[in-house]
Design a protein around this ligand. Structure first.
Ligand code: NAD
Ligand code: UFG
Length: 350
């Protein structure tokens, strides 16, 4: 009998790629998403890409804070585990609207955990972030590195991590994996699903992609005086399909390791790439010139962040398969086939 997984936020960027890998891995999947930052077209495309496994996918438009609706879902299916992606993630917006972030991310998560506990479903994979390493004094960041919230978004991640540790301490039946993602980029190799941010992209790759398709005139490079090889910020970019596979590895760990309590794993490649290196790789993959405007540092940005991957490699038996070249190739494949994302049309709010 195949296992049933509830995926919150499964219509989003990382969620949709993970749902596809789950279906192809033989899992049954129920997605709950309020579609605040996503489109149900993504779910339809995932079902198509999954072929015969598409029949094992269902989805419901639900806000996680709606306890009655969530309870109904748990009453109709016995879930073996939950992967919890649903949350708001724009750092700048979280500074402007902290209560909105605390309400959505914390109340949503607490409601989910309460409903899980009430139905005896106590296996969870949670999307945390490398943002909780703050401005790392030392790289690579290991799972033991000090944690620090640089903004309300990051604080919601830290608080949820603590909630997870607390509930597991209080009830050892809980088995929880906290995954700290570094910088997810790229798209499924079909070019059929990918990242489709609303409004002006905050992150590097979605911005580069919109310059490449002519939606924006130039990329602003934030900071050219960092103590890095070319002065620009260095990050650990990870192909979203590798990241999705990391969730399957985490689920296997939850199902197979009876001693696991609440564990944390970095999901990254362990390699740092600068903004200018990323631009060069994208230009090569796309054949497009990306005009640059050199600017000062973006407030809050760290100079160099990359992961130690040793713990995930050893304990989850997972490692990345794709490099920068494939990330840029697949990002461009998605962008060139879907220059305006899932809606297919210019969005006036942009
Ligand atoms: P995304 O915005 O594409 O996906 C999140 C999904 O959650 C969206 O489909 C949104 O509609 C849904 N959602 C939000 N609040 C909800 C609620 N209250 N009820 C139901 N659905 C809700 O983002 P993503 O990039 O796929 O990120 C997924 C998770 O990974 C998030 O928790 C994010 O914080 C975390 N993360 C992302 C990154 C990144 O760079 N993309 C890095 C580290 C961590
Ligand atoms: N950058 C630019 N121009 C842009 C956007 C970004 O030069 O238009 C630079 C940044 O200064 C940084 C690098 O590109 O040096 C990467 O920036 P991103 O915004 O893509 O990624 P960050 O590492 O700053 O942060 C993102 C999310 C965080 C998350 C982190 C790790 O915003 O929430 O990845 O997953 F924690």
């Amino acid at each position: 009998m195949s296992k049933s997984i509830l995926v919150t936020g499964g219509a989003g960027y990382i969620g949709s790629h993970t749902v596809l890998q789950l279906l192809q891995g033989g899992f049954r999947v129920v997605v709950v998403d309020n579609l605040d930052n996503s489109s149900d077209i993504a779910i339809k495309r995932v079902a198509e890409l999954a072929g015969e496994f598409g029949k094992n996918l269902s989805s419901q438009k639900i806000d996680l804070r709606d306890k009655d609706a969530l309870t109904k879902i748990f009453s109709s299916t016995n879930f073996d585990a939950v992967i919890h992606f649903a949350g708001l993630k724009a750092v700048g917006e979280s500074v402007q609207k902290p209560l909105h972030y605390y309400n959505n991310n914390l109340i949503g998560t607490i409601t989910l955990l309460e409903v899980m506990a009430a139905h005896g479903c106590k296996k969870l994979v949670f999307s945390s972030s490398a943002t909780v390493y703050g401005w790392p004094k030392e790289v690579p960041c290991t799972e033991e590195s000090p944690l620090f919230a640089m903004n309300p978004y990051g604080r919601t991640k830290l608080i949820i991590e603590d909630i997870c540790r607390d509930i597991q301490r209080g009830d050892p039946d809980w088995k929880i994996i906290l995954l700290k993602y570094f910088n997810p980029v790229g798209a499924h190799s079909s070019g059929y699903i990918g990242e489709d941010p609303r409004g002006i992209p905050n992150n590097l790759m979605p911005f580069i992609q919109q310059v490449a398709v002519g939606r924006r005139p130039a990329l602003t490079v934030y900071g050219t005086d960092y103590p890095t090889k070319d002065g620009t910020g260095v990050r650990d970019y990870i192909h979203v399909v590798d990241l999705a596979d990391g969730h399957i590895a985490a689920l296997q760990k939850l199902f197979e390791d009876s001693n696991i309590g609440c564990e944390v794993y970095n999901l990254g490649t362990g390699k740092g790439t600068s903004v200018l290196e990323m631009v060069a790789a994208f230009e090569k993959a796309s054949g497009k010139k990306i005009p640059l405007v050199m600017a000062g540092r973006r407030p809050g940005d760290a100079a160099i962040v990359y992961a130690s991957t040793a713990k995930a490699e050893k304990e989850l038996k997972w490692k990345t398969n794709y490099g920068i070249e494939e990330m840029c190739r697949d990002q461009w494949n998605w962008a060139s086939k879907n220059p305006y994302g899932y809606c297919g049309l210019p969005d006036n709010s942009n």
